[in-house]
Write a protein that binds this ligand. Structure first.
Ligand SMILES: [Fe+2]
Length: 180
């Protein structure tokens, strides 16, 4: 399985989104692998981290995100569950769960219900070590392009998560304490 080929098949040919999502995936992969080096004692799956980092935002292809050239019908917040569906169809159930569980600092069923988010009401929290590392690493990089190559500060990350309440802020800080 070549993650880059899979991305190329999912995004409209020539759209800026393919380049943006690929570069974003590479940035997330680099940070995840650096964390994996520090966490050697826990034996994280490095090949999986790299593949899943490249693929975690594949669902963006189906969303309405005109600023990066995606003209689907789905709201952006659904890119995780959409990515899960795409990768399950590709026979990649383990990578698929990274898609579903990386958005924000993960989401609980209760948070989805309370905020009326357009998502299935189920827990979408990162569970495995690799899911946790990728959820954490993803938060440092935007996909809008104009920030290149800037990395988000901790303050920016926390401000973004706080829009969804204090629970995701606390979950991110717990991941950050383990992986930074
Ligand atoms: Fe991402």
């Amino acid at each position: 399985m070549d993650p880059r080929l899979l991305l190329a098949r999912s995004f409209p040919p020539g759209s800026p989104a393919l380049g943006i999502v690929t570069r974003h995936g590479e940035q997330v992969a680099a940070r995840a692998l650096a964390a994996a080096d520090r966490l050697r004692a826990l034996n994280p799956d490095r090949a999986f981290l790299e593949e899943a980092a490249l693929l975690h935002d594949i669902g963006v292809a189906l969303t309405d995100s005109p600023q990066i050239g995606c003209h689907g019908r789905e709201p952006y917040i659904r890119h995780g569950v959409l990515g899960r569906e795409i990768l399950e169809r590709e026979g990649l159930p383990r990578h698929a769960l990274v898609c579903e569980r990386h958005v924000g600092a993960g989401m609980t069923a209760e948070e989805i219900r309370r905020q009326g988010l357009p998502l299935p009401v189920r827990d979408m929290l990162p569970v495995t070590l690799e899911e946790e590392i990728l959820c954490w690493a993803d938060k440092f990089y935007s996909k809008t392009g104009e920030r290149s190559p800037a990395v988000k500060s901790l303050e920016e990350i926390l401000a973004g998560l706080r829009r969804f309440g204090e629970e995701p802020v606390a979950r991110f800080l717990a991941l950050h304490a383990r992986f930074a």
